[in-house]
Design a protein around this ligand. Structure first.
Ligand SMILES: [Zn+2]
Ligand SMILES: [Zn+2]
Length: 339
């Protein structure tokens, strides 16, 4: 079977691998759509400490069950497949804090998403594999994982319908968050960014778009929301933007440091803002199984305004070129697909 193997920054190759063998309680899934994620792009461009040479990237998977040794699934089922699931036994899991499971990556997909066939272990099947509703295509279903991360991010902010939301960042995650905010009933969604093609899409999902390359974010925000936004997602890995978000959020509001940040970065925090204005700072990473379930249900409902979000589809042979294009911000969301 064809797979895209990663050997280090700037190095991937399309290779034939033997199809994975499945054991009791497992599934063999034929990949139909697998999103190219910011993490894949970063790994391709800069490398990743946890990803070893020979790995297969890709973790936003929708496909068809080819062989089932699990009672809940049959061959031919169309499924969405999550990349990890909590152990349910560690201290974090017992607290319900699934994304912090100490054994989160103990059970994983073989070999990874950018391959024609994937072995799915039982722990994942029991928690993060769901049948795709009739009428929902593989491409849209493959957005379940990134959407689950966005749902986890808004949950951590205790986002409620009727609140205003500022999304800082026009990458695929920022745009998905704006669409999610809309679908969940935000009073106003504002999005700031700097990339013309992405800001053009943003006008479909946000009430107001701020081009930070020519507009001052603080001034634009003061006009749109004089009291400041209730909730802010920082979806660009910039500590300056975190600091700005903290200064701009409204009283009683909260900001989520959603994007991955430079390891040793920090910012001076006004303790009086935290105390007198009751502003909070949270962060999220990944998703838990309940977020994943909510994400596939939301996609199936058709209420998320994401038409035009996927701007390019490539075969496995085109993954490397797509990783390069994504690194240049030329696209919004790119999917690897197998016909
Ligand atoms: Zn992802
Ligand atoms: Zn655990």
């Amino acid at each position: 079977m064809k797979s895209v193997r990663y050997y280090g920054p700037g190095k991937v190759s399309v290779e034939e691998l033997p199809p994975p063998a499945i054991g009791d309680g497992e599934l063999l899934v034929a990949m139909k759509a697998c999103g190219i994620c910011g993490t894949d792009v970063k790994t391709y461009v800069r490398g990743h400490p946890l990803i070893s040479p020979g790995s297969v990237l890709g973790h936003e998977i929708a496909g068809v069950v080819m062989e089932s040794r699990h009672p809940a699934f049959n061959s031919g089922d169309r499924v969405v497949v999550g990349p990890y699931a909590p152990c349910l036994a560690c201290a974090m899991c017992r607290r319900g804090h699934f994304s912090l499971c100490e054994n989160l990556f103990e059970s994983s997909l073989e070999p990874g998403g950018f391959a024609e066939l994937i072995r799915v272990p039982r722990r994942l099947i029991d928690q993060v594999v769901f049948k795709i509703a009739d009428g929902l295509d593989f491409e849209t279903a493959s957005l379940t994982e990134p959407l689950a991360c966005c749902i986890h991010g808004l949950d951590a902010l205790d986002f409620q319908a009727g609140q205003s939301l500022l999304v800082i960042g026009d990458g695929p995650m920022g745009l998905l968050q704006a669409a999610l905010g809309k679908a969940l009933g935000a009073s106003t969604v504002l999005l700031s960014g700097v990339t013309p093609n992405r800001l053009a899409f943003a006008t479909r999902v946000a009430d107001q778009v701020i081009d930070s390359s020519s507009q001052d974010l603080a001034a634009a925000l003061k006009e749109a929301l004089p009291a400041g936004p209730d909730k802010v997602l920082v979806s660009v890995g910039s500590v300056d933007l975190v600091q700005q978000a903290f200064a701009l959020v409204g009283k009683g509001g909260a900001i989520n440091i959603f994007a991955g940040m430079p390891r040793d970065a920090s910012f001076p925090l006004s303790v009086s803002r935290v105390h007198y204005d009751e502003v909070s700072v949270v962060g999220t990473f990944g998703f838990g199984p309940p977020d994943f379930r909510q994400a596939i249900d939301l996609l199936a409902s058709g209420t998320l305004p994401i038409a035009g979000f996927v701007t390019r589809k490539v075969g496995l042979d085109g993954v490397e070129a797509a990783l390069q294009a994504a690194g240049r911000y030329e696209e919004i969301k790119v999917l690897a697909v197998v016909e």
